[in-house]
Ligand binder design. Sequence first.
Ligand code: FRU
Length: 495
Amino acid sequence: MSQILEKAREYELQQEKTVPPGTRPGYHFSPRVGWLNDPNGFSWYKGQFHLFYQYHPYGPQWGPMHWGHAVSKDLIRWQYKPAALAPDTPYDEGGCFSGTAETLPDGRQLLMYTSVVWLPDDPDHRGFQTQSLAVGDGENYSKYEGNPVLTAEDLPKGGNPYEFRDPKIWQEEDGTWRAIAANQNETEGAQMLLFRSRDGWSWEFAKTLVRNDHRLGTMWECPDFFRLDGKQVLIGSAMNMLEDDREFHSGNNSFYMTGEYDRESESYREEVVRPMDYGIDFYAPQTLEAPDGRRILIGWMQNPDTANQRTVSNPVFGQMTIPRELSIRDGKLYQQPVREIAEYHDDMAEYQGVTIEEETSLPGVSGRQVDLDCTVYMEPRKGNRFTMRFAKDADFYTELSYFPEEGIVRLDRKFSGQRRAIIRHRDAKVSTDGVLKIRLLLDRYSVEAFVNEGEKVMTMTLETRLSAEEITFAAEGGATMDIRKYRLRSGDEQK
Ligand code: FRU
């Protein structure tokens, strides 16, 4: 093991003990110490789920990238493993960026990641980005002596070697391997490239799978590519997007495409493209296929533009979304929290047909670790508006509003305790039939609102002090509501 990796492993083991209780999210994954961004190598291997992550152990800010590592049986309770990769070779001394994992026929686990070397004194902070391999047993990984396996020479003409990263690998039924990686082309457009390998070790360029043709930002990152419910889904995370009415917001957004993939010619025909999430803090997701066939997604619960704008300082920074089960219905991608979360439910409170008008609270409905299911019935008349406030006390609250006539759901954290001039609310369009289903997962530092059974999801981080625990409901124009609320236990809390 290199000294750099050994140092990181010793450091995280020692420093983990100094993280004050209560500074981590209750049931969302957070780094062992320091900083976390993208999920990496999200996989099922040797009887458990593995989650690696972009990791800077030495402080709560982005820095030389390592791969952190954790395992889980149920996707909620995670157990840390020693850091898996460190930037410790001449070809990745600038960082081990994002990548994925697959099981080799001999039972070992193969990681493909982006190896970075910074250009000296470059005013644009560019680095050469190549793709490299590491192989291991679920705990210790060694880098392949043939690294890097994909370099600037493998790019199609005009491909930018400084913007070439985040390979997603898989094995085809005939035993050969594929990888899809993100790249920028000569016109400052984004493209996803397909690579091929006979054995998983020796790789070559196959073709350009998709180009963005100047839609959806200037560079795409973190591709994922899989079959789901009869469609081929391509997920990407776009940089430098323009605001577009109630779909994408400016900055970085993750999107999904559904389409058809012809395996013979290896060509992809895109049908629709939509945002993965209508909140603010969601990026760089990855998926895996669970042994029971479920396609499960996990994302970095942060917006890269604002991840460093926070004013609350915790020794540990960054969290993942709740893992989400994916399905396609009527051409749309639906997301639902993994069903395993029901194992962490406690203290149920249930109400049927409650009439709401003035702001009101309901006995048993409060808290900062909550799974709340709510159906609202309301006349779609002008001026009507339903609001739910949570993480609330005398000074702060975050608000979810529903405007039935306009067919809009709004999540607004203006009064959540933010001290920076950054976007604070986002809208999602819903039908105008006057019925809204919301499932709210509230944790100490975040909220995820699953709208209409996960047809749209709105994810935001919160900086509100933890004592703000009230939840209230109000309806201008009147509404009735069915509601079921559970407290959610933390992963390490006993039943
Ligand atoms: C996305 C990303 C990836 C890259 C990694 C570096 O958030 O920029 O493209 O591999 O983060 O940490």
